[in-house]
Structures are given as C-alpha cells and as structure tokens.
Write a protein that binds this ligand. Structure first.
Ligand SMILES: [Zn+2]
Length: 487
C-alpha cells in the first residue's frame, strides 16, 4: 500500500500573545522582549500564595474583536478555569485558561490555495495566560541545566483552535498566513513567529481515503516558522504512512519538531498525558458579554483583507493578484489609497504597477522590508511621479531615477525633475540633432542597418538614450533615427 491511499487530517491550535500594555492578571508590563530576565514580575505572576488575579479588560476586548473578525459567536457567559499540571514553567502549578465556556465559539477563516477557496472551520477562541520561559543550557559536562525567565509568565495568550479541516501541509500554512494577516489588520498582536508571539501546535493524523473516522492523533509542537510548520507536517504524514504501510499502527502521542533535522521526535505518549483536572477559577468572576458591548466592538472592526481585496479590484480596476498584493497589509493598502486619491483619473493601475514594482523593490532593499509610511516618500509624491510619467513629462527610465531620489530625500518629483533638468526631450528638432550626432559617431552601425541588420537600430537607440541620459523615450528615438537613416 502506498502513501497516496491515505488522506491527511490536520487541526491547528494557534497561540497568540496579545499586545496589551500589562499582563493578563497583574499590572506588570507585558512587553518582555529585549528586557533583563525576571524584571517584569510581581507576586501575582510569580505565583505567590494568597494573591488575587484581576482580569485585563483590554485582553478580553482583543479576544472578542478577534472572534468577531473570524465570524465566531460571542456567548453571553464565559468563565476562566484552572488547568492543572506540574511543569517548572508554570508558576502556580496551574494555568488560568478557559475550558467549557470560552469567549468565542465557532467561526471560520477562508483560505485560498491554487485558486481554490476553502473555509477552515474554527472550534473556539479562548483566553489564557502564557507560562514562564525555560532556557535549556548545556555547559559541556553532559549535565544540562535550565534557566527560567518569569517575564513571559502571565502575558495574555489567545488560543485559536480549528476543527480538523485541513488536508495538507500547504493548507495549514495558508491558514496560518491568513490568520496572521487578519490579526495584523485588527492590531491585537505583533504576530511575530521568531519572537514567539505567534506559535502553533498541529494535530496530524492520516486515514484511508473514503473513511470518516479520525486516525490516532499526533500533536506536533515546536514549530517556529511557516517553513517549520510545512516541514514538520510533511515529515509527520510520511512517518505515519510508513508505519501503516509496514503493518504497524500510529500511536497517539505528542512529538516535537527538530528544526536542524526536519524531523519530529516523541516527547510524551498517551499514557503519560496529563489529566488537567480543570475546575472553575474561584478567584475570578464569570464574564458576561452584553450584546451592546459586542455590537460596539463589531463596529470598531476595520475592513478585513477579503473585503478590501474585492473592493480594490472593483474600485481601482485592478487584477486579482494586484489587489491581493496591495492589501497584504493595512499599511500598504492605506498608502495605495492615499496615492490613488491624489493621482489623475484612470491611473490607479499604473500607480499599482509602480507601488508593487519599483517602490516595493526600494522598500525591500534594506535589511528588513519596511512600509511606505516609514520612508520619506509620501503617497502624494508617488502620485505626482506617476502623473509625470503618464503625462509624458518624463520617460519611464527617468521616472525610476526620480523615484530613487524622492525615496531618499523626500523632495517632490517635480522639484527633482526641474532641478536636474530631467524633463523628457520632446522637442523634435533637439531629438533629431542628437540622433544625427549618434549616426555620425557610429558609421559601422549605420552600414549594418543599411545592410539589412535591424538590430543595429536597437544599438543606435541605446546610444541616443545614453546621450540624453534616459530623457528620451525609446520609441521617439527610434522614429527620429529611422527618419534620418532612410532619408
Ligand atoms: Zn506581575
């Protein structure tokens, strides 16, 4: 039996750190990145006995906003529970989480893969607290040791759980990308996989094609990039298929992904699985989400990626791919719309080409890619540049030079054109004079052209372009040359 006889079933649990000012249940500063270990701590997040947690209202708001963006229902009542397990990163011996009454239920996220659209259904979105961070060290003696940083303990953590709806590693990655984009749009998290503010566990199983029953579920952890998600799932699917093909069975267990080898290794078997003994958190009141509050939050939602993409196609006469690229981030979409308001009518498509081509190249030329708003180039100046080129005041080649200058200095394109004398050579007499000078200087090419070698003309056009430093348009230059050559 081969691997193709099986169907892959994947469900994802994504943990998202919310970018609130303070932690989930205390007033400690939430942002611990680039801070000294164990400096953002207090008796509450250190798990001292006798302290009382207080719910972070902003974290609840962000979670409900996320639920609304993902089409979830927001039940009227919700509560926090204690999830008990003994692990050194858990300060109190339990984590405050949500068990049977999460803040958001149901919902889904539409992904697009190879032109096909699919809805990935969600189970729930709930709120909990992050754990402390353990850093495992090896001093070379063979006896490793661990360091603990409690700064991360108590950071608001939102968990988004899908139904087992995905059928390939590629679908799982498409879902993760779409989720990250959506969360960025609503500004609830940094969603930075490297920093750990956006991380996922995958439940992977395979089953014979045509059956509905789920196979033994393997939970894969430790994936810190989209590439890791892809490779870990692909490895896991192959491993399970190999086991079944050789007559064995897949054991239900937790496995960790090892980036260096691209493999998953067993961490915990089903027998070793914890019984979390959930029970309601006695120190926190249940939450009541009033419908008015939910509606007020719904009104606060920005236009989401799919809606924006469809509107861009319609309003700005863009192709599907252009609209998708321009709406990748809210910032990029905003820059495009600001420039679209400033550019002359009928030129939004030309504007899109500049923004996705030469401007994007400049934005990506540094160590990391930046948004337009972080550069001296304003959307209005970009619109002006497009108009200068479309009006024929400057050539496309000059436009690129002007763009680079405006990008670096923040000067307006028209000022740059004027100061540099970069206006297009539109005077036919001037162009003819330059063309004649080029012909005089290149008798060999002229002879080649008369000998029937059309490509010689391209060379001569190049010479005219060089003489005018790109200020002539190649078509006009070719016409001027041809006129003189056949005269
Ligand atoms: Zn604290």
């Amino acid at each position: 039996m081969t691997a193709t006889a099986y169907e892959t079933v994947i469900g994802l649990e994504t943990h998202v750190q919310l970018n609130t000012r303070s932690k989930m249940f205390c007033a400690c500063e939430r942002d611990y990145f680039d801070t000294e270990p164990n400096t953002h701590v207090c008796p509450v997040c250190l798990g001292m006995p006798g302290v009382l947690p207080v719910i972070n209202a902003q974290a609840v708001t962000f979670t409900i906003l996320t639920g609304l963006a993902l089409g979830c229902a927001i039940p009227r009542r919700s509560k926090f529970d204690r999830k008990n397990y003994p692990y050194p990163d858990l300060m109190k011996g339990y984590q405050i989480s949500q068990y049977d009454q999460p803040l958001c239920t149901g919902g889904g996220l539409e992904i697009q893969l190879a032109g096909e659209r699919r809805l990935v259904h969600l189970e729930r979105v709930h709120l909990e607290e992050d754990t402390a961070r353990l850093l495992h060290r090896d001093d070379g003696s063979g006896e490793g040791y661990s360091l603990m940083d409690v700064n991360r303990a108590g950071v608001p953590l939102m968990e988004i759980v899908t139904k087992p709806d995905m059928r390939s590693a590629a679908e799982a990655v498409a879902y993760m990308r779409k989720l990250r984009q959506t969360l960025r749009y609503i500004c609830v998290s940094d969603v930075d996989m490297e920093k750990g503010s956006f991380r996922c566990d995958a439940n992977v199983s395979i089953r014979p094609v045509g059956t509905d029953r789920l196979g033994a579920k393997v939970e894969v952890k430790n994936m810190n990039s989209f590439r890791a998600v892809q490779r870990a799932i692909e490895f896991e699917v192959e491993r399970q298929a190999r086991m079944l093909a050789s007559g064995g069975s897949v054991a239900q267990e937790t496995r960790g992904y090892v980036d260096a080898t691209g493999e998953t290794v067993s961490q915990r078997s089903k027998e070793e699985a914890h019984d979390y003994r959930y029970f309601p958190e006695p120190d926190l009141p249940p939450l009541e989400c009033m419908p008015e509050l939910v509606e007020a939050l719904r009104a606060r939602l920005p236009e989401l990626p799919d809606a924006k993409r469809a509107r861009f196609e319609r309003e700005y006469a863009l192709g599907a791919e252009e609209a998708r690229a321009l709406t990748e981030t809210r910032e990029r979409a905003g820059a495009f719309e600001a420039a679209a308001r400033a550019v002359k009518p009928g030129r939004t498509r030309a504007l899109a080409h500049w923004l996705l081509g030469d401007v994007a190249a400049l934005l990506n030329s540094g160590p990391g890619s930046v948004e337009l708003a972080a550069t001296p180039l304003t959307p209005e100046h970009l619109a002006q540049l497009v108009d200068l080129v479309e009006d024929g005041a400057i050539t496309a080649a000059t436009g690129k030079q002007v763009l680079e200058a405006a990008f670096a200095s923040g000067d307006s394109p028209s000022a740059i054109v004027e100061a540099g004398g970069l206006g297009q050579v539109r005077d036919e007499g001037e162009l003819a004079r330059i063309a004649q000078a080029v012909l005089n200087a290149n008798p060999r090419a002229v002879a080649d052209f008369h000998g029937g070698k059309e490509s010689a003309l391209q060379f001569l056009v190049g010479q005219v372009m060089r003489q005018t430093r790109g200020r002539s348009d190649p078509l006009s230059a070719a016409q001027a040359l041809r006129r003189l050559l056949v005269a």
